[in-house]
Design a binder for this molecule. Structure first.
Ligand code: ATP
Ligand code: MG
Ligand code: MG
Ligand code: MG
Length: 431
């Protein structure tokens, strides 16, 4: 007899198998009992018919507390009534780990309670499904970049200078020196691109965001490709092919999770259609002003503006060439316009907001030096970064995709706190 995982049940119809699982739920009519079992791969139903088993087994099955760990033995059969399609006809149960009164049932509890019990909340079918989608996005990311010839490169997490800006920095001590938690791996990614051609970093990043939104975490993971000899238009091509690959991979490999989450698959399919529309920041301002938004040229967009702009199309969109003053110091100035930089944000549909920020990088030594000074950053700390423009500087571009933003969007869930196992939020560092 084989030990199997629930997700593979289809391959064992008619066979007797053994499964290690936890009891997620139970109900009984007196004549027949149903246990909802989960083993980490999926949830499905175990059936115990009183007339077919010993009294002892039936009593045991109906007395199990939620989250009791068991070995269950029985035959796999088809179950047309459930979404999953299979169940197990129980012949034996062996208790492995007892469970006390289980404290949470997601439907009955508010967010704070669930967040306090995140270590247990992760066991629910919805949270489980979101984690399966997160895993697929990570897998498909490596698949995409490795296939495209990118080299994965790890950037440091403890850093000596600001990568993005000086306001959202986490400060710490590094023996006798000041240090910060990385806001981005990008500057190191650029050094990597000059050494290795095309690289991607994939690591945790930290921003002391003081605002509470549904889209911001304090600690989040970013995928940051950086490419030498690549102008920005080519970078946009890669970005949209990458995101379409993520969507297609989730459709191909997360059927079960998408069903649990009631995610509309037809809707997701639309997001594999390329190219994604590209509108300039100037055009975006016009569209917004024509629709009674109170925006002036020069402002950054918030969630209402991004949502409205994306709603005009069926897929994610790019907004290109933002004002220089609201973007980071390393972005390349537009050759014909002093006031804008060569950059783009990718905005996800359905109100999910910015998922990618990217740009061509300033490759001119003098302009970059001026940029660093204008942003009020100390040039000494950036000496190493300026070296990249002293020794064989080339046009290069890159971007950062937020993992949790993408998980939230593809899973179709409300809040980014559910897209990471243990979210770090403004007022929460426990558990
Ligand atoms: P936003 O405008 O939403 O604050 P940003 O422009 O500050 O984002 P970037 O510096 O461009 O963000 O970072 C690249 C990507 O990282 C973003 O497009 C987004 O997907 C993700 N990201 C940025 N900040 C956060 C955060 N606090 N929590 C989760 N993801 C984030
Ligand atoms: Mg931000
Ligand atoms: Mg932004
Ligand atoms: Mg951005």
């Amino acid at each position: 007899m084989k030990n199997i995982r629930i997700i593979n049940a289809a391959d064992y119809v008619g066979e007797k198998v053994k499964i290690g699982a936890w009891v997620a739920n139970k109900r009984s009519s007196g004549k027949i009992a149903f246990l909802s079992l989960r083993d980490g791969s999926a949830f499905f139903q175990a059936v115990i018919v009183k007339s077919k088993v010993s009294e002892e087994l039936f009593d045991l099955a109906t007395s199990l507390n939620q989250e009791t760990a068991i070995w269950v033995t029985g035959e796999i059969s088809e179950d047309a009534r459930s979404k999953f399609g299979y169940e197990i006809q129980v012949e034996a149960i062996e208790v492995v780990g007892e469970s006390d009164d289980y404290p949470i049932t997601p439907k009955d509890h508010g967010t704070d309670f669930l967040m306090d019990h995140r270590h247990l909340w992760l066991r629910s079918s919805k949270q489980h499904a979101i984690m399966l989608i997160r895993n697929e996005i990570i897998r498909a990311t490596h698949e995409f970049y490795q296939r495209e010839g990118f080299i994965q490169m790890d950037s440091p997490i403890l850093v000596g200078n600001a990568g993005e800006n000086t306001t959202d920095l986490f400060h710490t001590e590094y023996f006798d020196e000041d240090a910060y938690l990385a806001q981005t791996g990008q500057l190191y990614g650029e050094a990597g691109a000059m050494a290795l051609g095309k690289i991607y970093t994939f690591g945790p990043t930290f921003r002391a965001e003081k605002s509470k939104t549904r889209r911001h975490l304090i600690e989040f993971w970013m995928i940051e490709p950086e490419m030498a000899f690549v102008e920005h238009d080519e970078s946009l091509d890669i970005q949209e092919r990458y995101v379409a690959h993520l969507v297609q991979s989730v459709l191909d490999n997360c059927d079960y999770a998408l069903d649990v989450l009631d995610r509309d698959k037809e809707q997701l399919k639309k997001y594999t259609q390329l190219p994604y529309p590209r509108i300039s920041y100037d055009e975006a301002i016009e569209i917004l002003q024509d629709n009674d938004f109170d925006v002036e040229w020069g402002v950054d967009f918030g969630s209402p503006e991004e949502t409205f702009l994306a709603e005009q199309y069926e897929t994610p969109i790019f907004i290109t060439n933002y004002p220089k003053a609201i973007k980071a110091f390393y972005m390349k100035q537009h050759p014909e316009r002093e006031d804008v930089v060569i950059c783009a944000d990718m905005i996800a549909p359905e109100g999910y907001g910015e998922i990618i920020g990217g740009s061509q990088r300033e490759d001119d030594y003098e302009k970059l030096l001026k940029g660093i000074e204008n942003f009020g950053l100390g040039t000494e700390e950036y000496e190493w970064y300026l070296d990249l423009r002293r020794y064989g500087s080339v046009p290069h571009s890159g971007f950062g995709l937020g993992l949790e933003r993408t998980v939230t969007w593809l899973a179709g869930t409300e809040h980014i706190r559910e897209a990471i196992p243990f979210p770090r939020l403004l007022n929460r560092i426990y558990p």
